[in-house]
Design a protein around this ligand. Structure first.
Ligand code: GDP
Ligand code: ZN
Length: 321
């Protein structure tokens, strides 16, 4: 135990819940555990250390270590824990951008899913590209759906593209996007994310065709976020397929402020940044909605989210922490 004193630095590349794999600048990965409590702005986290975190650790026993300190994060992405409703799950930290895999066929795009995902990236202004996957399967009708969904999101500053692991469509475009960046990769289960990641970085051999995160018998399988280096430069943080995203941790105002085009418009609302764009007088968002400048589907999803969180009061419930 004589090596206890030395402080090592590294990046968390995998978190399994109880162990964290930390990679040093020399590329060596050490399995570390954590001691003590780490909190994020008083929030209860199921995993206090996330993939992408820069940490300080010390050796403990044979080839293992203890994380002593999490270095300040430049950003992070959290979601409500799918298992414990009042806990948050840290999906990734210190990322440059995020890639969201969706498809409009097999499975059909779940209404509101993109808007929900964007609520996780928006608080830290993480740039997002939406990949419309399995483009080889798109009929003319499906292409029309794609075009209209794409227009909604590119219209408010997100990037979007088609991709197919079967035809190779969009591969070069996606490679250029990922090159030399740290990218959080996410998507609903079954949209072909694992297949795409394997196609982009041969040799990763991420398991395909399983509904990751949830087995057929209604039991969670153990799948965890993991950072993988890309041979052409950069790395991806692959995360388990998402079933649903709920926002018990958010308040009405958080949602209002993280629908980016609504937030921009809110300077023209009578109540400015305090407007929830529901029934307030002189609301610029509702005006823009009537003029066709705000997407009705975005606004519908917004109303649904507002309705879901209207009775939650996360900070009140946790103020003793
Ligand atoms: P994940 O849950 O998002 O990781 O999805 P998988 O990569 O496991 O793929 C789910 C299913 O979609 C599998 O049956 C794949 O073979 C299929 N799939 C993946 N990508 C494509 C694609 O680009 N085109 C077509 N037609 N099928 C695909
Ligand atoms: Zn308003």
């Amino acid at each position: 135990m004589e090596s206890h004193g030395k402080i090592n630095k590294g990046t968390v590349v995998k978190s399994t819940g109880s162990w964290y794999n930390v990679r040093g600048a020399d590329g060596v990965v050490t399995q570390c555990r954590i001691v003590g409590k780490f909190r994020l702005n008083k929030m209860i986290l199921t995993n206090p250390v996330g993939v992408g975190d820069e940490v300080e650790w010390q050796k403990e026993g044979a080839g293992q270590g203890v994380i002593k300190k999490i270095l300040p994060r430049r950003n992070y992405v959290v979601r409500q824990s799918p298992r414990q409703l009042h806990h948050l799950h840290l999906m990734a930290a210190n990322i440059d951008q995020a890639l969201l895999f969706v498809t409009v066929v097999e499975p059909m795009l779940k209404p509101g899913f993109i808007d929900r995902f964007l609520l996780t990236t928006e608080p830290h202004d993480v740039p997002v590209r939406i990949v419309f996957n399995k483009s080889d399967l798109y009929t003319p009708d499906a292409l029309e759906v794609y075009e209209s969904v794409r227009a909604v999101y590119t219209g408010i500053g997100y990037e979007a593209q088609l991709f197919s692991s079967v035809t190779g469509e969009g591969r070069e475009e996606l490679t250029n996007f990922l090159k030399d960046k740290i990218t959080l990769v996410s998507g609903q289960s079954g949209v072909g994310k694992s297949t795409a990641v394997n196609a982009l970085q041969p040799g990763l051999e991420i398991k395909i065709g399983e509904l990751s995160g949830w087995s057929g018998k209604g039991q969670h399988t153990t799948t965890f976020a993991e950072m993988h280096p890309l041979a052409f430069g950069g790395s991806i943080i692959d995360t388990p397929g998402i079933k649903t995203l709920a926002f018990n941790n958010l308040e009405l105002m958080d949602i209002a402020h993280n629908f980016r085009e609504f937030f921009v418009l809110s300077v023209h609302c009578r109540f400015g940044g305090a407007c929830l764009h529901l029934n307030e007088p002189d609301c610029a968002v509702k005006e823009a909605l009537e003029n066709g400048e705000v997407s009705p589907t975005r606004y519908d999803h917004y109303l649904q989210l507002m309705d879901e969180v209207k009775d939650t009061n996360y900070w009140e419930r946790h103020k003793e922490l």
